[in-house]
Design a protein around this ligand. Structure first.
Ligand SMILES: [Zn+2]
Length: 104
């Protein structure tokens, strides 16, 4: 499928129904976790030509859109998992960063 371009996307509506996908992210290498999100969303955005568009997405597409829109708002998928799991990941990456700095 062709890449999708969404400029200034904004979620207009989220379904009450939830779905769970295992998510990963380039910002957090080698870590995956199941995240629960609304199963469907309605999103408005500008296309490449600056024209206002709207889509209703469900399934994996709905999850991808929410994941990417979160990034624009400074939110990572680990912000959606339990505090216990998030603390574990954050600790792991802090340690990695420390080890890296120590090796220099
Ligand atoms: Zn991401």
């Amino acid at each position: 499928p062709a890449p999708h371009v969404f400029v200034n996307p904004e979620i207009l509506e989220s379904a009450d129904q939830r779905s769970v996908y295992e998510e990963g992210c380039l910002s957090i290498p080698d870590y995956y976790a199941e995240v629960e999100r609304p199963a469907a969303v309605r999103v408005k955005y500008l296309d490449r030509d600056g024209k206002l568009q709207e889509i209703e997405a469900e399934g994996l597409m709905a999850t991808c859109l929410q994941h990417e829109i979160d990034h624009l708002n400074g939110v990572l998928f680990i912000d959606h998992i339990s505090k216990l799991k998030r603390d574990m990941v954050v600790r792991k990456f802090k340690k990695l960063a420390r080890d890296k700095a120590g090796n220099k």
